[in-house]
Design a protein. Structure first.
Length: 477
């Protein structure tokens, strides 16, 4: 039986594509495509998803344009039918339902073409578990100078998700400072105000595993449908929260998938919320096009909480747990634990556990013993504050003068040394180092580090100063 004209033409196109592409690439992206019709030099093909259409246009449009013109004629146009496939994530979708046609003219050589993002009508909203912890709400998120910017931005997003200027919202900071709490609080607030919106919180590691499972299934089955299903699922989210995006580093496939999801959601007016241990400018191993998108909205840093905020957090926890602890004990814990909120809460829960299981009264003595066992001695932990103290002591400079606006050479040089040591001896971001050492920006810190490095290469005395301070910091007291 002679194949129909459109099948015959598409098979000839596939033969040429196969000769010009790697076999895995050809099978993954062109194997699932089906020819539908050929009328008046208009070839209609069916693709598994809108993402599929976008990917083909981005990566193969040049060669595909030439092949189709060669086989059909100089006035050839290409028409896509986007088909929604049976999906393990979305069970309510009618199987095999063609949702929309789109006629897309093949551009002339060298012409840039950008397809529009399709709306998909007739699909009921997803009913999925948002994976949000109800404890992580705004009511339990204590505001302080350390987190005021992020919290204010989060409340603005919750009132108008996807439509504010804070898209994406990139929350960054050290461990235990409340990044996950703030991100989930936004999601919870959105669900309370807009119950119909699809909100999803997912860790970067979970996202990566989902993508890898889909990619492996696609490869084993000799087609890419599972990858398309994975991408299509994420494209239907209204508010997507990805925790710890730094874990995408060096994972090219995952980054590529997230790049397309990010683009689709952002262009569709959906909200993206990302968390990381570093600001975008300090992230390593990530594609530059992805990093540039991380900077489109607002980057909000969470800093270690001040004493007043730490005390307020402890009181709030006690109230929620229904536990009464004396003011002097809470004040002692708040003064003793400065590194992060997680450690602060850990001490509080240890006090409660001792009171419950050991029948021991929560006293200042008990708090002292627990702090000595659990909390890292701040004098033995190298921090930006400790480096500043060491540099000031070494050069005989007061803290006030060190942090002042003076441009005296010796003061500027001391600040530069502190910045250099902070970058090399701590995991603190450049932005945070600058904020703590005189309110400087990221570029100033980077310049200081380069300047100190150059001077150490050329000036033996200067190199000795830096090494002396570093030895003091690394010597246990």
């Amino acid at each position: 039986m002679t194949p129909e004209k459109h099948v015959e033409v598409w098979n000839r196109c596939l033969d040429i594509l196969r000769d010009n592409l790697q076999e895995d690439t050809f099978k993954t992206w062109f194997g699932p495509i089906k020819p539908i019709s050929l009328e008046d030099q208009r070839l209609t093909i069916e693709v598994p998803s809108d993402f599929w259409r976008e990917y083909i246009e981005e990566h193969f449009l040049g060669i595909l344009s030439k092949i189709v013109r060669r086989e059909i004629g100089p006035s050839a146009t290409l028409m896509y039918k986007v088909r929604i496939l049976d999906d393990i994530f979305i069970e309510q979708r009618p199987k095999g339902r063609t949702v929309r046609n789109a006629e897309l003219p093949i551009p002339d050589a060298g012409e840039h073409y950008t397809g529009s993002v399709y709306a998909i009508p007739g699909i009921r909203k997803l009913n999925i578990e948002p994976c949000l912890n109800p404890i992580y709400n705004f009511e339990n998120f204590i505001e302080g100078t350390c987190n005021r910017l992020g919290r204010s931005a989060g409340l603005s997003i919750a009132a108008n998700p996807g439509r504010s200027t804070f898209n994406p919202l990139f929350i960054y900071g050290g461990p235990g400072l409340g990044k996950t709490h703030l991100a989930q609080a936004i999601g919870i607030a959105v669900k309370e105000r807009f119950p119909e919106k699809v909100v999803l919180y997912v860790g970067a590691n979970t996202f990566q595993n989902q993508y890898m499972n889909a990619a492996c299934s696609a490869k084993n089955a000799n087609n890419g449908n599972k990858v398309a299903d994975f991408l299509r699922f994420y494209q239907l989210i209204d508010v997507l929260i990805i925790d710890d995006v730094q874990e995408f580093a060096e994972k090219k496939g995952t980054q590529g998938a997230f790049f397309h999801i990010f683009n689709y959601l952002h262009q569709s007016g959906k909200q993206l919320i990302l968390t990381s241990d570093k600001p975008p400018v300090d992230l390593q191993g990530l594609d530059q096009r992805l990093l540039s998108r991380f900077k489109w909205g607002l980057s909000a840093e969470l800093l270690p909480p001040a004493y007043e905020t730490r005390l307020a957090i402890l009181k709030s926890k006690c109230a929620r747990e229904g536990v009464e602890i004396s003011e002097d004990v809470l004040a002692f814990v708040a003064r003793s634990v400065k590194s992060n909120i997680r450690e602060l809460e850990g001490i509080l829960f240890s006090l409660m556990a001792n009171a419950t299981f050991s029948k021991e009264a929560i006293t200042l003595d008990l708090a002292q013993r627990l702090v000595d066992k659990i909390v890292t001695d701040p004098k033995s932990e190298i921090s930006v504050a400790r480096i500043q103290e060491a540099v000031c002591n070494y050069f005989g400079i007061s803290d006030e003068l060190f942090l002042s606006k003076t441009r005296k050479r010796e003061i500027v040089q001391a600040r530069q040394i502190a910045m250099y040591l902070s970058r090399n001896l701590t995991k603190t971001s450049l932005s945070s180092i600058g904020a703590q050492l005189g309110g400087k920006d990221h570029a100033t810190v980077l310049h200081a580090c380069n300047t100190v490095g150059d001077l150490m290469d050329t000036d033996r005395s200067f190199r000795g100063f830096v090494h002396d301070i570093e030895r003091q910091l690394n010597t246990p007291e």
